[in-house]
Design a protein around this ligand. Structure first.
Ligand code: 0O2
Length: 210
């Protein structure tokens, strides 16, 4: 067995032997989801517009954590992984309009107990392949029976059009092992530009009504 495979296996074993490691990420997700649901319902009541279409979440699988830790050259221990990986817990917020993406991000990071560690705005500056989303790395306290743990969560905020593109691109190519053929890549980037146009036209309609 290669050194990499051994390292991979020792990380997945360590995670499995300590179920509490992933549990705090699950709790952090639950807290964030509650915050987002409250924002969604309250904003809808007061502004007659719900800025959240739907929310999904996931805790990364032990195998995927091990693979990313290996790619990042992290030590094969859980403390190094908790420190070095930002997306063990992930929440994806899909919004109707681009303005909602920023509004939800501002409302969430305005909470006293939500610490913003990093903000990557791939809406303002899309990735070369056309990927657009607003990424926040936040840290929130999880109150356990004997201690408080401050847990990192990656929050991805995007519109329905951005989600459509990213979901299908992920299925087609993201993490594609071979080189993506150039004409396919160009086609996908063109489609991303179309999705951006749709967002901008729908945003205009939304502004005219609100
Ligand atoms: P998965 O399978 O979705 O979990 P960095 O923190 O900047 O060193 P990292 O962690 O790659 O590097 O951060 P980045 O660029 O913010 O990407 C984090 C996540 O955003 C990815 O998680 C994807 O979910 C999503 N993402 C980023 N780029 C793309 C893209 O081009 N296409 C699609 N469909 N999704 C993208 P993972 O763990 O890479 O993947």
């Amino acid at each position: 067995m290669s050194g990499d495979a051994l390292l991979d296996e020792s990380v997945t074993d360590a995670i499995r032997q300590q179920p509490g490691f992933l549990l705090v990420y699950k709790f952090a997700i639950e807290e964030l989801m509650t915050k987002l649901r409250i924002l969604s319902e309250e904003f809808d009541l007061t502004h007659r517009h719900d800025p959240i279409e739907h929310i999904t979440s996931r805790v990364k699988r032990p195998e995927a954590i091990a693979a990313k830790a290996l790619r990042r050259g992290l030590a094969a221990d859980l403390a190094a992984i908790a420190e070095g990986l930002d997306d063990v817990a992930g929440v994806r917020v899909v919004c109707p309009f681009v303005s909602d993406v920023y509004q939800v991000a501002d409302m969430l990071t305005g909470h006293d107990d939500v610490e913003l560690l990093r903000r990557k705005d791939y809406v303002a500056v899309p990735k070369d392949n056309g990927y657009r989303s607003l990424h926040l790395i936040v840290r929130i306290p999880v109150f356990l029976s004997d201690r408080v743990e401050r847990v990192k969560v990656e929050v991805q905020l995007r519109t329905i059009a951005m989600d459509f593109w990213a979901t299908l691109e992920h299925k087609l190519f993201y993490k594609y092992d071979s080189q993506v053929p150039a004409d396919f890549a160009t086609e996908l980037t063109d489609v991303a530009a179309l999705a951006a146009q749709l967002d901008s036209r729908m945003e205009n309609l939304h502004r005219r009504l609100h």
